[in-house]
Design a protein around this ligand. Structure first.
Ligand SMILES: [Zn+2]
Length: 343
């Protein structure tokens, strides 16, 4: 796996591409587990470490701090995460298959064998292995203890078929939902705009104000206007340059709202009386704007160059239009269609 990441890391991939690769690695591990069984915890922790480092830095090993905790990333998208699987929980759910087979007294050779060697006539749900038991058997027993925290014996035994996914969901628990997932994961968004927006909406971009606070940057000033500290409030959209871009975007799409910050703007559209398609177009434009503002700020940092507002707005219009034209949904009615064409 590290070897594969080494090949990827030489390619200077975007966050979105890395996100997809990490998800792919984690998913293929699950495929593996559904066929075979226990992986030691230390191996799983190493896998998480490598995936985390690769996501944030593009390399297999990195001390670069993460902007968002791994547990959060492993939540589903409606709960603010990236929908990665939590490999430790998934492993517990996979081994749970054996716990369930014993609890429901399935008829197979393995069950007969552990019953005669370890379990004897004892009650499985309260059974504890002794020290001389094999490593593998102890893993099955400790998995049972973890499952006991979320299942009663009756609940567990009542499952007529074992589903790793169902048990995983139960172990992961119900996480609180966020209200902004539709903005970030909207289907009409340009894929590479999603990750930056996901960070921006949670105020987790590495702004100069944040960098100055932890001593990495000597100045906290906005890299675009230089007038105020660059924090999330200033970037979206208090900064005069960004505000101008936002106003141009609103005028272009005919968005009537006085909302000026990212959350307000999203909420006013979400609760507004617009068709589903229009809302999706608005969302795609907002995340494109967030992405372009962040890019402007980065080109200012690395190349001391900020494009004119007109140029940024032009790029925004073009990107949004060509993305949506390419994947135009079928349900768009005539009125919305002609509105979109007129943009
Ligand atoms: Zn500024």
């Amino acid at each position: 796996m590290t070897a594969r990441i080494k090949i990827w890391s030489s390619r200077n991939l975007s966050y979105t591409a890395r996100m997809q690769l990490v998800n792919y690695v984690l998913l293929s591990l699950h495929m593996y587990w559904t066929q075979i069984y226990v992986l030691p915890k230390s191996v799983l922790q190493d896998i998480v470490k490598i995936c985390r480092a690769f996501l944030w830095s593009g390399h297999a090993y990195s001390s670069k701090p993460s902007s968002i905790a791994w547990e959060r990333i492993c939540c589903d998208k409606q709960s603010g995460g990236l929908g990665f699987r939590d490999v430790l929980l998934w492993n517990i759910a996979s081994i749970g298959k054996y716990v369930w087979a014993l609890a429901t007294k399935q008829d197979n050779v393995w069950i007969k064998w552990v019953t005669s060697v370890y379990l004897k006539d004892g009650e499985w749900w309260d059974y504890q292995p002794n020290n001389t038991a094999s490593w593998y058997w102890k893993q099955v027993c400790s998995t049972k203890d973890k499952l006991k925290l979320v299942f009663t014996e009756a609940e567990f035994g009542a499952m007529s078929k074992y589903s790793v996914k169902q048990v995983y969901n139960k172990l992961a628990g119900n996480r609180p939902k966020v209200h902004w997932d539709r903005l970030v994961w909207n289907r009409l968004n340009t894929p590479k705009h999603r990750f930056i927006s996901w960070l921006a909406i949670q105020s987790r971009l590495q702004t100069t104000a944040k960098m100055a606070k932890i001593g990495i940057s000597s100045s906290a000033s906005c890299l675009i206007c230089g007038q105020k500290d660059e924090d999330h409030h200033h970037l979206f959209f208090d900064c005069s340059y960004n505000k101008e871009c936002l106003d141009a975007m609103k005028a272009w799409l005919g968005i009537n709202t006085t909302a000026v910050d990212l959350h307000q703007l999203y909420r006013s559209i979400k609760h507004g009386r617009h068709s589903k398609f229009r809302k999706q177009v608005y969302y795609a434009a907002i995340v494109a704007l967030v992405y372009l503002i962040w890019r402007c700020r980065n080109t200012s940092l690395w190349d001391q160059l900020v494009p004119a507002v007109k140029v940024t707005v032009g790029t925004l219009k073009q990107t949004v239009k060509s993305r949506i034209q390419a994947i135009l949904p079928k349900y768009v009615n005539k009125k919305d269609n002609s509105w979109f064409v007129s943009l």
